[in-house]
Write a protein that binds this ligand. Structure first.
Ligand code: ADP
Ligand code: MG
Length: 159
């Protein structure tokens, strides 16, 4: 079982699809870190995750609030964007730990801003520009993450 998967995501639609594969593969729960520069596709990917689970409305980066909670078809999803976190310890004030302890799917944009205060991720994804598309590098950090990674690979390669 390999713990790393690198792939090209040609357009926005493929990014949304990849988010759906991740949601399916993780069974709607786990911790996922999303690295990448502004505009790399982290929020687009998150929208794909939420759409797959059944969320119909908009998905925006929760920049000022740091976290946006969703409850869709019995799944709890917490979408974080820690870009504006000045200090990792600020996570305490928004009750960061409580979110991660729940049976929930936590998607974390800019996890580097919360370094030292975040639990280990099941999957750690880095998006890079590979114009006109993007490149994704997915690394598994846990056993659950490894299983999910294999599933994502087979969903992605199965079309
Ligand atoms: P981030 O949250 O990383 O700042 P966004 O998800 O907001 O980035 O995406 C920024 C832009 O990149 C959006 O306009 C989106 O349509 C586009 N985009 C996302 N994924 C891809 C992709 N795989 N290929 C081309 N464009 C993409
Ligand atoms: Mg974003």
């Amino acid at each position: 079982m390999q713990g790393r998967y690198e792939l090209l995501i040609e357009n926005e639609e493929a990014m949304v699809a990849l988010g759906g594969y991740l949601a399916e593969a993780l069974g709607g729960k786990g911790i996922v870190f999303l690295h990448g520069d502004l505009g790399a596709g982290k929020t687009t990917f998150s929208r794909g995750v939420l759409r797959y689970l059944g969320h119909q409305g908009a998905v925006k980066s929760p920049t000022y609030t740091l976290v946006e909670p969703y409850e869709v078809n019995g799944h709890k999803v917490y979408h974080f964007d820690l870009y504006r976190l000045a200090d990792p310890e600020e996570l305490e004030f928004i009750g960061g730990r409580d979110y991660f302890n729940e049976v929930a799917l936590c998607l974390v944009e800019w996890p580097s801003r919360g370094q030292g205060e975040l639990p280990e991720a099941d999957l750690d994804i880095t998006f890079d520009y590979d114009l006109p598309g993007r490149k994704a590098t997915i690394i598994a950090g846990t056993e659950a993450g490894k299983k999910a990674l294999n599933k994502i690979r087979s969903l992605q390669e199965g079309g």
